[in-house]
Design a protein around this ligand. Structure first.
Ligand code: FAD
Length: 453
C-alpha cells in the first residue's frame, strides 16, 4: 500500500494495549485523497483498534494572524465534518508548545501516524515527537505527486534537471488508483475537543494574534471549497490557461495555492482530475508543469537546502558574485518597509500588486515576480530586500510560509534561474520593468480591477 510514501520516524514498538491509533494531522488538513489517513484507517481495521484524528493548535505560534487563522479553522471545520461522515472522531487540541498534547495523548495510543512536511521547523517537530513518545511513529507522504526521494536524492539545479526525473516515474503515480478503506471501528465520541468549530468567530476573537491582517473576504478555507474551486477551474479556465495565465487583469489561474498550502486538496488528486479533462492539451501540460515540476522543484529545494530561508546560502555563487559587484550601485528610488507596506511607491502597477495581496491574501503569479524584483531595485542592500520580501510574503499571503514562497523568493535572487546580461543594480540577476507589463498585457485594466476591490 502506498509504495515509497511510508517511513518510520522511530524504531519503537506499537503498544498493542493502547486504546486507539492516532493520526496526528498537521500538513494535510483533509479527509479525502489523504494517504496518511487511509493508512491509519487500514491499520485501525487490521489491528481492531479505534482511530482518533488529532490536530494540535499552538496559539503562541508567532506567524499566525487573523487571516491565516480563519483559513486554518475553516479548514479544520470541513475536516471534522467530513471525517465524522466517515465515522471517524477528529479533535483539535489547544497545545502550546505544539507537541505537548500529542505527547500526552500518545500515552494511550497504539502508534502515531502523521503526514509529511518539508519546512525545517515542521520536520524538527516530527523528529522531536518521534524521540519523545514511547510508541512507534510512522510518516506518510501525502502532499506531493512523486515522493521526494523517488524524484531525486539531491538538491536539483533547475526545473530542467528535475523535469526528466519526474517524467520518468510520473505515469506510474498518475495512473495508480487511490485506495479508499472503509473505517470499521468505533466513533470515539467520548474524547473531547478543545475548540467548537461551529464558533470560529469566537475562537479567533479569543486569540492573542495580529488582527491587523484581516480575514480574506475572497478565500474561505476547507476541502469542500477547494474541490469546488478545482471543478470551476477545469470547466471555466483550464481551456484558456496556457494563453492567459500570465495576464493579471484576467482570472485564469486556478487559485488553488492557499488550499495546497493548508493541505485542503491533494496535488495528486488535482493532477489526476486535470489529466482526465478533455481541454486543450497545451493548457493541461502547462498546468501540470506548474503543479508538479515547479511545485516539486520548490519542495526539492526546501528539503535538500536547509538554508532555504537565509540570504547567505539560498542561491548560487554566480548570483552572490554579481550582487556583491553591484551592491553599491546608485538607486533612483529607495523605499522603507513602511512605504512599501502602505502601497505608496511612485509605481502604480506595483502599488496595485501590493494592494491585491493586502486585501485578498493572494497576488497574481506574474505580478509576484514583478513585485519582488522591484523591492530589490528599491532597497539599499540585497539582503535587506530579501528580508522585506520574505516578511511581506509570509505575513499577507494565505499561501505564505510555503515551499513555493521560499523558492519563488530565492528565484528572484537567481536560484533555479540563469545569469542574464549585466546591468545596473541587478547585475546578472533577471530584471523586470513596467514596459514589459505594458507590452505583455493590459496592465491598466489590472489597476482598475484592483481599485475596485
Ligand atoms: P496556478 O497557476 O493555478 O498554478 C497551480 C499550482 O501550481 C499552484 O497552486 C502552485 O502550487 C504551482 N505553481 C504555480 N506557479 C508556481 C511557481 N512559480 N513555483 C512553484 N509552484 C508553482 N506560491 C505559493 O504557494 N506561496 C507563496 O508564498 C509564493 N510566493 C511567491 C513569491 C514570489 C516572489 C514568486 C515569484 C512566486 C511565489 N509563489 C508562491 C509561486 C506562484 O506565484 C504561486 O504558487 C501561484 O501564483 C499560485 O497561484 P495559483 O494557485 O492560482 O497558480
Amino acid at each position: 500500500m502506498f509504495e515509497n510514501r511510508i517511513k518510520s520516524i522511530n524504531n519503537k514498538k506499537m503498544d498493542k494495549n493502547g486504546d486507539f491509533i492516532i493520526y496526528w494531522m498537521q500538513r494535510s488538513i483533509r479527509s479525502s485523497y489523504n494517504h496518511s489517513l487511509e493508512y491509519a484507517i487500514h491499520l485501525a481495521n487490521d489491528l481492531k483498534k479505534n482511530l482518533l484524528v488529532i490536530f494540535c493548535f499552538d496559539r503562541k505560534f508567532s506567524e499566525m494572524n487573523e487571516r491565516s487563522c480563519y483559513f486554518l479553522f475553516e479548514s479544520l471545520k470541513d475536516a471534522e465534518k467530513n471525517l465524522k461522515d466517515r465515522g471517524i472522531r477528529f479533535i483539535v487540541l489547544d497545545s502550546s508548545p505544539l507537541i505537548t498534547k500529542i505527547l500526552e495523548y500518545s500515552k494511550r495510543s497504539v502508534c502515531i501516524i502523521t503526514d509529511r512536511a518539508y519546512l525545517k521547523y515542521l520536520r524538527k517537530i516530527r523528529e522531536e515527537v518521534g524521540e519523545k513518545v514511547s510508541v512507534r511513529m510512522i510518516q506518510i507522504e501525502s502532499d506531493v505527486v512523486v515522493p521526494i526521494e523517488i524524484a531525486s536524492l539531491k538538491e536539483e539545479y533547475s526545473a530542467r534537471t528535475l523535469r526528466g526525473k519526474l517524467h520518468k516515474v510520473l505515469d506510474f503515480y498518475l495512473n495508480k488508483d487511490f485506495e479508499y478503506t472503509k473505517y470499521e471501528m468505533n466513533y470515539l465520541d467520548e474524547i473531547k475537543t478543545d475548540f467548537d468549530l461551529e464558533k470560529i468567530h469566537e475562537i479567533i476573537e479569543s486569540l492573542n494574534i495580529d488582527k491587523t491582517v484581516r480575514k480574506s473576504n475572497y478565500f474561505t478555507g476547507g476541502e469542500n471549497t477547494a474541490k469546488k474551486i478545482l471543478e470551476n477551474f477545469i470547466s471555466e479556465k483550464l481551456e484558456g490557461y496556457s494563453k492567459f495565465r500570465n495576464n493579471p487583469e484576467l482570472e485564469y489561474q486556478s487559485n488553488l495555492s492557499p488550499y495546497l498550502h493548508f493541505g485542503n486538496i491533494s496535488p495528486l488528486f488535482v493532477a489526476k482530475e486535470i489529466s482526465k479533462s478533455e481541454k486543450n492539451r497545451e493548457s493541461l501540460e502547462e498546468f501540470l508543469e506548474e503543479l508538479i515540476v515547479r511545485r516539486e522543484l520548490a519542495i526539492n529545494f526546501i528539503y535538500y537546502n536547509q538554508d532555504y530561508d537565509k540570504f547567505q546560502n539560498m542561491t548560487y555563487l554566480w548570483a552572490y558574485e554579481t550582487m556583491n559587484k553591484h551592491k553599491n550601485d546608485q538607486k533612483e528610488y529607495v523605499y522603507s518597509l513602511e512605504i512599501l507596506e502602505k502601497s505608496e511607491t511612485h509605481d502604480e502597477y506595483w502599488n496595485s500588486a501590493q494592494k491585491e495581496m493586502m486585501v485578498t491574501g493572494k497576488m497574481h503569479g506574474y505580478m509576484r515576480m514583478y513585485w519582488a524584483k522591484k523591492i530589490i531595485e528599491w532597497t539599499e542592500k540585497f539582503e535587506e530586500a530579501y528580508e522585506i520580501i520574505k516578511y511581506l510574503n509570509n505575513k499577507y499571503f494565505i499561501d505564505g510560509r510555503d515551499e513555493n514562497g521560499y523558492a519563488g523568493i530565492a528565484w528572484c535572487f537567481g536560484k533555479h534561474d540563469r545569469a542574464w546580461n549585466e546591468r545596473n543594480i541587478f547585475g546578472k540577476l533577471r530584471y523586470m520593468n513596467s514596459n514589459g507589463l505594458k507590452r505583455k498585457f493590459d496592465i491598466e485594466k489590472y489597476v482598475e480591477k484592483i481599485n475596485k476591490l
